[in-house]
Structures are given as structure tokens and as C-alpha cells.
Design a protein around this ligand. Structure first.
Ligand code: FE2
Length: 375
């Protein structure tokens, strides 16, 4: 994995809750069959696995999509009852599960519960000819969960019950590699509750904090704390709305998602210019910033390897910290509700999250929010 995060054995030895990385992200959606085509055609994922009635599963369909280290699961209910249908009715399409890859799911689950986590599923062993998979789950903000997935005894495609798919539709990849970070939006006054949850239960540390003065525009504000696990491979910024002259973008999310949930998933690429050009040409919509943003880039971030032309043409943002710089861009929401969106990020040394872009970015979000009549 190409990554800028430290992964030394020493760090892992002292890890209070060892996590190897993101195992998968599962979305509960209204029509997984069509969503799968969107992620394949527009984002360049490959469909590799499936479960549903044809494989003996009666209540749902799930599509397993991969691209490099990314593993996305899209699941829809097959009827009006049950937790998937209820989740979709209430939240619309959204992230249900940010699953952690762990060495020992039973031990991880027991530790998490002992430290105060609420169970979303006791350790369960499933098996097929490829071995045994152990999965448990704990709840986090809203209806979102973290599955704890132990793969050491399993050598199959994904998990028992999924069958491999072969399809003539094999879209070219877009250079998306792995989950860089996942951002949660929680209610006013709840940011520190969830910061404490990740600290106390999962041994994460608070690596960055942004107060409402750092993240405010003329109209609205938010506060954010970034939590990181021991080896740095899992990074969760947690946002809460702050008071501004108008409605915070976080409030708009909370209204339309009907509660806390995942606001954006940031995906790493090694070549953001070609990735974004490809995504745009396939129909992915991005937020844009005024051209004046680029007039000030060099004075703000100094020299960068990339020509300004393509960055300006595509709307890619640049920021610098003590360790290097990063390039990033944000999609518009990927479903009708103004809830989940994606960030595409290329890190060139920087380990931060683009604080220098917050103002320009949030003004872009607010222009969209105003067009929806929600500002
Ligand atoms: Fe982000």
C-alpha cells in the first residue's frame, strides 16, 4: 500500500486496539443493482462478487466492488421490512458499515464491549470451502457500525455466501487506491462524545482540532476533530455544526440524513489530475472554486510539481503543511439527498486535511446549499 502514514512494528506493538486497515465500506441503498453500475461506470470499480436469491439469500442483494485496495459493498433490501429497508427509508442511500480488518475479531469485540461499545453483532463464524471468517460488530454514531473482520482463517473472495461474478463489463480503473479517511457528521454538542468513544473504546488519538473560527464562512461554521487509530491507517474526522448567520452545511446533512452519519469518504490516488479528468468524463460531478483561488495558490503553498493549468481546469485544490502538500477535490453528493459525497486526495508529504482550503471549499458547498433552498 502506498501510504504516507507510519506503519512501524513498534507503533503496532503498543496499539491499544490493533486494526490492520479498512476492510470494506458497506452502503445500504435503495437499488444496489443500479448503484453498482454507477460505481463501476463512473468510478471504475470492478464487480467481483454477489449474494442474493440466486445464492440462497432471501432478504437482500449485495454487490462486491473492488478497485486496488478499495472494497465497497452495495446492499439493498428485497422487501419493505427489516433493518435495511428501514435504514434506506430513513437515511436514503448511505454508509452503513466502515469495517475494520483485525487479527482477532473475538478479542477485539470483547475489548470494545468491555470499554463501553454497544454491540451490533456478536462474533459469528461463517465458513465455506475457503475456510472460516469471523465477524463481530459495534455501533458508532447514528445507525453506522464498525464490523470487526478476522480473515486469517479465510482465503476466499470476500466472505462465505458470496459468489464470484464474471462480466463482460470491465470498465477501466480511475486510479482510486484506498480509503484515506472517512468523515462523520454528528449533532451539535456531540463531537466530543464521539471523540471520547474513539479514544476510550478504540484507542484512537485526537491528531488535529479545528474550531469554529478555523472553519467558518460569512454564513455558517462547523467544528471538527480528527481521530486516528494506533497505526495511522484509520482516520476519522468528526464534525459538528456551529452557529453561524445561516444554516451550517452539517445541519443540512443532519436534516436530510435524519441523524448522524458518514459525510464523506476520502479516496487516495497517485495521480489526481488523470483520476479527476477520468471521473469527470464519466459523469462524476465536482464542486468548483472561483478562478481567483488559483491566482493565490503559489503565494499560499509555494512551489508544487504540478502545472497550475490542469488544476485550475479541473478545480483541484492545493494545501500545504509542515511535511509537504496535498491536492484534493470534492464531489457533489452522489445521491439525491444532499448527504454523502466523496473526496479525491493525493498526498505529497502532507498528513493534514486541507485546512487552507476550508473557506473556499465551504463557500462552494454553500453555493450548492443555497441552490437547494437550504441555506
Ligand atoms: Fe476530507
Amino acid at each position: 500500500m502506498t501510504s504516507t502514514v507510519p506503519t512501524s512494528a513498534t507503533a503496532e506493538t503498543h496499539d491499544a486496539f490493533p486494526i490492520n486497515g479498512t476492510d470494506y465500506v458497506e452502503f445500504w441503498v435503495g437499488n444496489a443493482k443500479q448503484s453498482a453500475v454507477f460505481y463501476r461506470a463512473a468510478f471504475g470499480f470492478q464487480l467481483v462478487g454477489y449474494q442474493g436469491p440466486e445464492t440462497g439469500i432471501r432478504d437482500r442483494c449485495s454487490y462486491l466492488l473492488v478497485q486496488d485496495k478499495l472494497r465497497f459493498v452495495l446492499t439493498s433490501p428485497l422487501g419493505p421490512d427489516g433493518e435495511i429497508a428501514e435504514h434506506v427509508r430513513r437515511h436514503g442511500d448511505g454508509v452503513r458499515d466502515i469495517a475494520f480488518w483485525v487479527d482477532d475479531a473475538r478479542a477485539a469485540y470483547a475489548t470494545a464491549i468491555e470499554r463501553g461499545a454497544i454491540s451490533a453483532g456478536e462474533p459469528t463464524v461463517t465458513s465455506d470451502a475457503d475456510g472460516e471468517l469471523v465477524v463481530a460488530a459495534i455501533r458508532t454514531y447514528g445507525d453506522t457500525i464498525h464490523s470487526l473482520v478476522e480473515r486469517r482463517g479465510y482465503h476466499g473472495l470476500f466472505r462465505p455466501g458470496y459468489e464470484a461474478v464474471s462480466t463482460p463489463f470491465v470498465p477501466r480503473g480511475t486510479g482510486l487506491m484506498y480509503v484515506d479517511h472517512c468523515v462523520g457528521n454528528v449533532e451539535l454538542g456531540k463531537m466530543n462524545t464521539w471523540v471520547k468513544f474513539y479514544e476510550d473504546v478504540l484507542g484512537f488519538t485526537n491528531i488535529l482540532t479545528f474550531d469554529d473560527k478555523a472553519i467558518s464562512t460569512e454564513y455558517s461554521a462547523l467544528m471538527s476533530k480528527v481521530m486516528s487509530n494506533g497505526n495511522g491507517r484509520i482516520k476519522f474526522p468528526i464534525n459538528e455544526p456551529a452557529k453561524g448567520r445561516k444554516k451550517s452545511q452539517i445541519d443540512e446533512y443532519l436534516d436530510f440524513y435524519h441523524g448522524p452519519g458518514v459525510q464523506h469518504v476520502a479516496i487516495a490516488t497517485n495521480d489526481i489530475i488523470s483520476t479527476v479528468r477520468e471521473l469527470r468524463s464519466r459523469g462524476v460531478e465536482f464542486l468548483t472554486v472561483p478562478s481567483a483561488y488559483y491566482d493565490a495558490v503559489h503565494s499560499r503553498v509555494g512551489d508544487i510539481d504540478e502545472d497550475l493549468g490542469p488544476l485550475r481546469e479541473l478545480g483541484i485544490l492545493v494545501d500545504r503543511d509542515d511535511e509537504g502538500y496535498l491536492l484534493q477535490i470534492f464531489t457533489k453528493p452522489v445521491q439525491d439527498r444532499p448527504t454523502l459525497f466523496y473526496e479525491i486526495i493525493q498526498r505529497k508529504g502532507a498528513k493534514s486535511f486541507g485546512a487552507g482550503n476550508f473557506k473556499a471549499l465551504f463557500e462552494a458547498i454553500e453555493r450548492e446549499q443555497a441552490r437547494r433552498g437550504n441555506l
